[in-house]
Design a protein around this ligand. Structure first.
Ligand SMILES: [Zn+2]
Ligand SMILES: [Zn+2]
Length: 778
């Protein structure tokens, strides 16, 4: 029996600035409902009157037909006394407290794409077309609420035609804040070194001509500048590397469509879907297809980072070029990506032959995100454009989380704002060691505090006394008289993995396996291969990789051979090595190094901190096999090349053996000595390097499994059934997938990362969860 009633519907989640109200309006009109919809400080509020059947139909459709960029977290309904409305209308926003949801930037939608390619449309060939379902968001926000006046579009008053679309609920540009057209919006131009802008040829056509002829063109994009060149032109690629002084790191590629990408990679459906998603990240794809890109694109690797055009500007540019384009971050050495016209003119001029400019200012620098499909799911390696600053929901039990600020780590830094029970992880900031990156990080901290009207009651930082983020947190704690909590690095990694897997606050502890380069340990030494029994509040270290000296401290990261030497000294011993393996090239190579000095350092203990680091073990093995032995151009280069090599070898090889030993206080050590013996034997037999790389990967995976099995034999571990796999070394797809396969076969449930990077880019989220847990349970 149908009854006429009035209900109030509260929708929470990412529902503002994404076309939610017009969708509500359309669905309500469809179902013959009357009432109103409005934005307020909590999300969207709907009051509607109609037949109960129509209302429930409306609610169903709200779920299934929600606009593409919205994310409904919760819908609550409540029956009110019957209200009379004349029609259904979109009411004025009620400004309450600031909303904790700012939408990430989204790739151009199908409708806008069709429009800019249609000569009959007024936005034909317009590089800044966008609508409620796509376009810039976070990158143009200067303040909240998210209105045009508070974005960098404030400089462009709407023309009458745009204004009409903006006010029309049935239009896909209803309340689209960055709405623009050729008559009123931003414009592009080309600057050449010789005579400034070239007004006679259309800027886009000139840029395309230049790119086709092997030039390097700087392009102002959505969240910053790119440097582009023809990716199939080896000389152009080399020129770009030389001018940019970027020799090792792989270049990202933009191709006009999936068919072009298929020429270079046999990508899967999951990978194609990810490329075409509104987030439109760089996806690391397996190299392999009918055509090959020059080696200079991704030296030593067998993956290529591809993305599709995600703005109309990129679309218009690439559609006229058959070749894929290098689209690497437009920056000067280690500095952050350039965003401003002035900095581009002063800094990129020496790298680029021309600059394709536009006049829509970039309020928030935001790099391209990087994703790889690992263990069947998209796994974020760099979380930025398209993903940040969407909120990560905190699991059950975190309702009482205080507003807090977590400062993150040092490399691949991010920070995390917790407000109203939501965790907002910042976009990738970069390595804080670089002065301008650190300045940018501080600027962004300030910006987030303004955008989210955030007044933290608690600060959180890493324990490392030398991290710039931790020093800043200390300063802030003193200045603002706020409590500061210091969190152990690997505990934070594990907590971050637990959060994204929805592990409840009061869940039993998990066994966290955190493997990475290094982090400051709970005992003041350097950790980096840790087995911690952990919940959100605390942890106990039950096992670790056996510590080995890092000869020369951070110099061991830059010069991987130092780790090989330290491992040989700590393992078989140098004299034993010389006795049995003096015929090896490795022996000749290491003997030419200043070993006397190093031995003295090892004797005196000067600048040779012990580290239980998995990353350094990878360095040591890679260098022993001749990969990046002298110099690593970036941290983890050796490990990446080792993984790439291992993947070229067929399975079925005997894994290298490791052993487990017990040390003071019952701490278990994973020992690599037998692995070194087997590897040196292989080297003497001149085994293929790829085969040795695979035996190492499988050996390490087996060793991790054996360690977990050993831990589970302990009385206290009887009910342990969940393992959290985290840390930068688990970005290694081969290692992660093999560890998961082995642990699952042992009946364990494995938590791994997807939405949050397993590297230090995820630290801040874990820090935030640990601090919130301690606060709630205090
Ligand atoms: Zn659109
Ligand atoms: Zn207009």
């Amino acid at each position: 029996m149908e009854i006429r009633q009035t209900v109030e519907i509260r929708v929470r989640g990412t529902v503002q600035g994404v076309g939610f109200r017009p969708t509500v309006w359309r669905l309500a009109c469809d179902e013959g409902l009357v009432g109103e919809v409005l934005n307020d400080g909590f999300g969207v509020l709907i009051r509607t009157t109609g037949n109960s059947g129509a209302i429930s139909q409306f609610l169903n459709r709200l779920h299934t037909e929600a606009p593409p960029l919205s994310q409904i977290e919760d819908i609550e309904t409540q029956v009110l006394n019957l209200l009379d409305f004349e029609d259904f209308r979109i009411a004025e926003s009620v400004s309450g407290e600031n909303c904790t949801r700012i939408t990430p930037d989204a790739a151009i939608c199908a409708a806008c794409r069709a429009e800019v390619l249609d000569p009959t449309e007024r936005r034909y060939s317009y590089p800044f077309a966008n609508c409620t379902h796509c376009g810039p968001r976070f990158s143009i926000v200067k303040e909240v609420p998210y209105d045009r006046a508070n974005t960098t579009m404030a400089d462009f008053p709407m023309c009458a035609a745009c204004n009409e679309e903006y006010l029309q609920p049935a239009d896909r540009r209803f309340h689209a804040q960055p709405i623009a057209c050729p008559a009123c919006g931003p414009a592009i131009w080309l600057e050449r070194e010789t005579n400034g802008a070239s007004p006679h040829i259309a800027p886009l056509d000139s840029a395309i001509e230049l790119l086709k002829n092997g030039a390097v063109v700087a392009i102002r994009g959505l969240g910053g500048f790119h440097l582009a060149c023809d990716a199939t032109n080896a000389e152009a690629v080399q020129r770009l590397r030389q001018r940019k002084h970027r020799y090792g790191k792989p270049f990202a590629i933009m191709a006009r469509d999936l068919d072009t990408i298929r020429r270079y990679s046999n990508l899967s459906q999951a990978e194609a879907d990810l490329l075409q998603s509104p987030e439109a990240p760089i996806v690391l794809l397996p190299a392999g297809g009918p055509e090959k890109l020059p080696r200079g694109i991704a030296p030593g690797l067998n993956t290529i980072g591809f993305m599709l055009p995600y703005t109309p500007l990129h679309l218009l540019l690439t559609r006229q070029i058959d070749q894929p384009l290098v689209m690497t971050s437009g920056n000067i050495s280690d500095e952050p990506q350039v965003t401003s016209l002035d900095r581009a003119r002063s800094g990129l001029r020496s790298i680029a032959d021309a600059m394709l400019m536009h006049n829509r200012e970039i309020a928030n620098r935001i790099d391209d995100s990087v994703v790889r499909i690992v263990a069947g799911k998209p796994s974020l390696i760099r979380r930025a454009r398209g993903y940040a600053p969407s909120a990560v929901s905190l699991p059950q039990g975190f309702d009482g989380a205080p507003d807090l600020l977590a400062f993150g780590g040092e490399l691949k830094a991010t920070f995390c704002v917790v407000k109203d029970g939501a965790a907002i992880l910042s976009q990738h900031q970069g390595d804080l060691e670089d002065v301008s990156t650190f300045e940018d990080y501080q600027k962004n901290l300030h910006l987030y505090s303004k955008i989210y009207d955030h007044r933290p009651r608690l600060l959180v930082a890493d324990m490392h006394p030398e991290y710039l983020s931790a020093k800043l947190a200390k300063q802030r704690s003193t200045d603002d008289n706020l409590p500061l909590l210091e969190v152990q690095h690997h505990h934070a990694h594990i907590a971050s993995c637990m959060v994204e897997n929805g592990i409840a606050l009061d869940a039993p502890p998990v066994l966290g396996i955190a493997i990475d380069g290094l982090g400051f340990g709970g005992d003041g030494t350097i950790w980096g291969g840790e087995f911690l029994l952990a919940d959100y509040q605390s942890y106990r270290r039950v096992a670790a990789f056996k510590p080995v000296a890092m000869v020369g401290g951070v110099q061991a990261i830059r010069e991987p051979w130092r780790n090989t030497y330290a491992h040989l000294v700590a393992g078989p011993g140098w004299s034993q090595f010389v006795e049995k393996f003096s015929a090896l090239e490795l022996h000749r190579y290491l003997s030419a190094k200043p070993l006397k000095t190093i031995d003295r350092m090892l004797e005196t203990g000067l600048n040779v901190p012990l580290a239980s680091s998995c990353g350094r073990l990878f360095d040591a093995v890679a260098a022993a096999l001749g990969l990046c032995a002298d110099h690593a151009l970036f941290e983890g280069q050796g490990a990446m090349e080792l993984e790439a090599l291992a993947e070229t070898w067929q399975s079925g090889e005997q894994p290298y053996p490791f052993t487990i030993t017990e040390h003071d206080g019952g701490l278990l050590y994973l020992e690599s000595l037998p692995m070194w013996q087997a590897l040196l034997e292989d080297l003497s037999r001149e085994a293929p390097v790829a085969r040795m790389a695979l035996r190492f990967h499988h050996g390490l995976a087996r060793a991790i499994r054996d360690m977990v099995a050993r831990i589970r034999t302990m009385r206290w571990a009887a009910s342990l059934n969940t393992v959290a796999l985290t840390g930068g070394c688990f970005q290694n797809k081969l290692l992660l997938e093999e560890v998961m396969r082995l642990l699952k076969a042992d009946g364990l449930s494995c938590l791994s990362h997807a939405k949050v990077p397993s590297n230090d880019g995820g630290l801040a989220l874990g820090q935030a969860a640990i601090a919130a847990a301690r606060y709630i349970n205090q």
